[in-house]
Design a protein around this ligand. Structure first.
Ligand SMILES: [Mn+2]
Length: 370
């Protein structure tokens, strides 16, 4: 696995590139042009500026997260075509800059949803928390206001230009069913994937977070069956997945290790993190350690090891620990700890399989000698 780390850009992240370089085994950043609104074409000079900054610290820019999909594309409006054209142009430019994977998502309005950005865990650290009853009873406008007031920076997926039109967006999504969303996603994929193929850049959709409908909005990238349906829409290696163990793992019926084995060569990017699910379905993001949450991280890493995964991996989110002042979920410390946990599992699996192979080889040689 190739370890990478999300970075929000110079003057937009308290984490410095040299900090990332100091995390063992971390070779690249996962980045985006956060100032470019969804649907707009990315400028080559902006792309190359990030490349230069990263490479100056010995880090690569192979993975972009995200190139956001304009709402008109998800809604299937006639205006979608111009945004799809911009998307294609951006794919070409990113390929020319050396990018290998583009992560994106197809969630209406909200990329991800939590009710508390700093819920205290038993050890005094804080983490992102989802309380179902709050979502059911809260006006989405109040939630957006609350989230905006509790964050000093723009959060990915909660860009102001998107949320400013919230009323209009909810209006536009009225009557849009899951099947409509599938149809609009199909239209998008049929346009985009041939361009990705042509430029040898892998598209990797991120599952919905949480993996169920919120505020009555349709959501479709939620479980194994739907991931399989997604891959069948355009059956090309360039139409692949960002398999996120935290998003999918919020539903206890999702077996992420099984998905790793089933979708192996179509997984281009792995997000690995743990969540603790409570009896009522609420969940909180915990440390990566298997024992600390409800998702069997060991088994997931083992599944990646067993399929011979050579794709990109990032620790998805982390808790806020050691008084770090950071973007919600994106502190340096806990994500770095997560990386070391993942490497610990990985290295011991590699060591084990090497010694098993060595023993098998020895037995074979002995048999041949006889
Ligand atoms: Mn994720």
């Amino acid at each position: 696995m190739k370890m990478v780390f999300r970075w929000f850009g110079e003057d937009n992240d308290h984490v410095q590139l040299r900090d990332i370089k100091q995390i063992p085994g971390t070779e690249g950043i996962v980045w985006s042009l956060h100032h470019v609104p969804a649907g707009e074409e990315w400028m080559m000079e902006d792309i190359l500026a990030v490349k230069e900054q990263a490479e100056a610290h010995g880090l690569h820019i192979d993975v972009v997260e995200s190139v956001n999909v304009h709402e008109d594309i998800k809604l299937g409006l006639p205006t979608r075509d111009k945004y799809i054209e911009n998307y294609k142009t951006t794919i070409g430019k990113l390929a020319r800059a050396g990018v290998k994977v583009i992560c994106y998502n197809f969630m209406p309005i909200f990329d991800w949803l939590r009710t508390d950005l700093a819920k205290e865990l038993e050890d005094g650290s804080t983490a992102l928390f989802y309380e179902g009853s709050q979502i059911e009873n809260i006006d989405p406008f109040d939630l957006v206001k609350e989230i905006a007031e509790n964050s000093d920076r723009t959060m990915p997926g909660w860009e102001p230009e998107r949320l400013a039109h919230l009323t209009k967006l909810f209006e536009a999504y009225k009557g849009v069913t899951e099947e409509d969303l599938w149809e609009n996603l199909t239209y998008f994929l049929e346009e985009i994937i041939p361009v990705a193929e042509q430029h040898d850049i892998k598209m990797a959709i991120h599952p919905d977070d949480p993996p169920w409908s919120v505020f009555g909005l349709p959501r479709i990238i939620t479980n194994k069956e739907n991931l399989q349906r997604f891959l069948n829409v355009v059956d090309s290696p360039y139409n692949g997945l960002t398999l996120c163990s935290g998003s999918l793992g919020a539903n206890p019926n999702n077996d992420v290790a099984d998905m790793v084995k089933s979708f192996a060569e179509r997984i281009h990017f792995a997000h690995i993190r743990n969540v603790k699910i409570y009896d009522n379905g609420d969940f909180i993001e915990t440390s990566h350690r298997t024992e600390d949450g409800s998702v069997d991280i060991y088994n997931i890493v083992k599944a990646y090891h067993d399929i011979g995964f050579t794709g990109y991996v990032r620790p998805d989110h982390g808790r806020h620990i050691w008084n770090e002042q950071c973007r919600p979920g994106y502190g340096l410390y806990d994500r770095a700890l997560g990386i070391m946990y993942l490497w610990g599992i990985w290295d011991s699996l590699v060591r084990q399989s090497n010694s098993t192979e060595a023993i098998q080889l020895k037995v074979m040689n002995q048999a041949a000698d006889k």
